[in-house]
Design a protein around this ligand. Structure first.
Ligand SMILES: Cc1cc2nc3c(=O)[nH]c(=O)nc-3n(C[C@H](O)[C@H](O)[C@H](O)COP(=O)(O)OP(=O)(O)OC[C@H]3O[C@@H](n4cnc5c(N)ncnc54)[C@H](O)[C@@H]3O)c2cc1C
Length: 627
């Protein structure tokens, strides 16, 4: 095949999925000449699985991407069909926004932003080879022979890399939704010595909405008022679509059990490791055999299509079995399958081969993001894409990498878990993975991260003005509540009218707000001078006041955590030389090369005793340098 030069860029991004789009936008917004490739532009910001953005833990990631100046939050606010705040029965730390997405609109809106972005060049092309010069990336070659030079490359190939689809005992090379897989690049990366492994994931069938009987299901409506994902939006008005809830039953389970040998997974056709937290219906029935029924949510795929998504019902059983078990479910008796459920296997790396900046340890200038790093989910992919784009740009300028640690952001937990602990299955974020979740709430992501995004050049003036306004108003309101002491007589009458113990001293509004029985609204009679604040600001203020004690406690824990994070470990240490370290620890430390004592302490196989040995070693180093 003849090869020819087609252009020079600072950064080339291979893959325009959720990771690639955020990476390319971040790099271009930081002023880098950026190329964004996708085998097929219809796969740009495509949602091959669930038609939603957000949910438990994932909503936090979207808010953090937004606060840093990323695009996902803005894009879903333009293209959502329904919005709900979930986990509201629990504490504010786990409140998570989830929006049903109009998939086609989400794609169109993101493509429009990408096409309009200065310094960003979008192309439909398949990368088949990575170019290296003296071991460092220098560009790529496409299937048609085009050579694109680039000083850094970001790999965000998703579920396409050596993609293989499984439905029953039929298997064929393909990306999701029948799109072309990416095989040549997988061969090239392997030939260059990159360690790749097989993961798998699965998706349910899509059905014709008009073939369903919704009168046999429970309607689930969106919230009113709607809470926007992006901090740029104070409110959103939209007529929302509903989702519908129904359940499997014994007949569904019997059909699946009797045919489980025909499933690609249980038939032994699939070698890839699947996500424990997104089990197929076959898995659910095998693993939770005692459960009499499993939930199924019917979710709209888009305003301009009658296709619906059968959430919770992914499968790799053959189509005839799929039709029978779906039709055994109330409301689906006459269901028409538009697209069958399937499982997909694909190549990805072991993320412990990456630095916390998402640069590959063995290929200087090569950054990796998304499903390719062993994660699963649009939000996880977008968060890594943003960080890879930022760090590729900083790396080109010889600037220090932008790392968020576990006490600063869900993004920090996501990347630290992947890179330091590794993962043996597709990794998805969860609130339970986050130690300091009371500090890392979705409502305060702007206060935690917008200044960092501004320093990187990613936060627009409009977003910056909005942030300053929010910060100023919040601080003013917290001060006002703390300093405002309503007249004692009125407070007494008010508390008695609420049947509450008046207590001794005349409390401030803040002290009253700390009472579990009272909230910001209920205090209005005692607070006639209050400013008119938008909902999102009231939520921020209320949490800050009501949880002040817990928040301060968590801040102390973070201070202890950061002391370990700030004990940097020199890059060039040869851990084999440090006597007192156990063999496993020496091997793991030399392989993972942690940045700090804190990161070292999270590597499995490195014990607290090993950390003490390192502490003594660092102290000795410090004294030697002081001499
Ligand atoms: C069947 C299926 C089921 C899923 N189930 C779930 C689930 O249950 N829960 C969940 O959280 N997530 C699920 N996902 C995952 C979710 O879709 C991904 O996490 C998300 O899309 C990953 O985003 P990404 O940017 O890493 O990759 P993708 O969105 O897959 O995008 C990859 C991009 O790379 C491009 N590309 C690949 N190779 C090349 C090349 N050589 N040259 C040029 N372009 C290339 C593709 O064209 C595409 O644009 C599922 C995905 C699939 C396919």
């Amino acid at each position: 095949m003849e090869r020819f030069e087609m252009g020079n860029f600072d950064i080339a991004v291979i893959g325009a999925g959720h990771a690639g789009c955020e990476a390319a936008l971040a790099a271009a917004r930081m002023g880098k000449e950026t190329l964004l490739l996708s085998i097929n532009l219809e796969a740009l910001a495509m949602m091959p699985c669930n038609p939603s953005v957000g949910g438990s833990g994932k909503g936090h990631l979207v808010r953090e991407i937004d606060a840093l100046g990323g695009e996902m939050g803005v894009n879903i606010d333009k293209s959502f069909l329904q919005s709900r705040m979930i986990n509201t029965a629990k504490g504010p730390a786990v409140h998570s926004l989830r929006a049903q997405a109009d998939k086609a609109r989400y794609h169109d809106e993101m493509k429009r932003v990408i096409e309009a972005q200065p310094h960003l060049c979008l192309k439909q092309a398949e990368a088949v080879e990575l170019l290296l010069e003296e071991g460092r990336v220098s560009g790529l070659v496409t299937r048609t022979g085009a050579i694109y030079r680039a000083r850094a490359v970001i790999l965000a190939t998703g579920t396409f890399l050596r993609g293989r689809i499984f439905i029953g005992d039929s298997a064929y090379d393909s990306g999701p939704n029948g799109l072309a897989p990416s095989v040549a690049l997988a061969d090239d990366l392997k030939a260059k010595g990159m360690r790749l492994r097989r993961f798998k994931t699965g998706t349910p069938a899509r059905a014709l909405g008009s073939s369903l009987d919704y009168s046999r299901m429970e309607e689930q409506k969106g919230d009113d008022p709607i809470v926007p994902f992006s901090f740029l939006n104070d409110s959103l008005e939209k007529e929302q679509h509903s989702c519908w809830l129904t359940y499997t039953n014994e007949e569904t389970h019997r059909i699946i059990r009797e045919n489980i040998h025909r499933s690609a997974l249980y038939g032994g056709h699939i070698e890839g490791v699947g996500p424990r937290y997104c089990p197929s219906i076959e898995d659910k029935i095998s693993r939770f055999a005692d459960k009499p029924r499993h939930q199924l949510f019917v979710e709209p795929e888009g305003a301009a299509t009658d296709e619906v998504y059968l959430q919770g019902m992914s499968s790799s059983l053959p189509e005839d079995v799929q039709l029978r078990f779906y039709r055994s479910i109330p409301g689906l008796e006459k269901l028409e399958i538009v697209r069958p459920a399937y499982a997909i296997e694909y190549d990805c790396i072991d993320p412990v081969d990456l630095k916390l900046s998402l640069e590959h340890r063995d290929f200087p200038g090569l950054f990796c993001a998304g499903q390719f790093n062993g994660s699963s989910g649009y939000e996880e992919a977008a968060a890594q894409g943003l960080m890879a784009g930022i760090n590729a740009a900083l790396w080109l300028d010889g600037r220090e990498a932008f790392i968020l640690d576990r006490s600063e952001a869900y993004i920090g937990v996501l990347i630290d878990d992947l890179v330091t602990k590794g993962t043996e299955e597709p990794y998805r974020i969860m609130t339970s993975r986050v130690e300091y979740r009371l500090l890392l709430r979705q409502d305060n992501a702007d206060l935690r991260l917008t200044e960092k995004g501004r320093a990187l050049g990613l936060v627009s003036d409009a977003r910056w003005e909005k942030y300053l306004d929010t910060k100023q108003k919040m601080e003013a309101e917290l001060l006002r509540l703390a300093e405002t002491v309503p007249p004692a007589a009125e407070t007494l009458a008010f508390l008695e009218s609420q049947g509450l113990d008046p207590g001794r001293a005349a409390p401030s509004l803040a002290a009253l707000l700390k009472r579990p029985q009272l909230d910001y609204e209920s205090l209005a009679p005692l607070d006639p001078q209050r400013p008119a604040l938008p909902r999102h600001l009231i939520d921020k203020v209320q949490v800050a006041v009501k949880y002040e004690g817990y928040i301060n406690k968590q801040r102390e824990q973070v201070a202890r955590f950061q002391r370990m994070e700030q004990r940097q470990l020199p890059e060039e240490i040869d851990y084999e030389e440090i006597s007192g370290l156990r063999l496993e620890a020496r091997q793991k430390l030399n392989r993972y090369r942690p940045r700090s004592l804190g990161q070292a302490s999270r590597i499995s196989g490195v014990s607290p005793a090993d950390i003490n040995v390192l502490l003594v070693y660092l102290e000795k180093l410090r004294r030697q340098e002081a001499q």
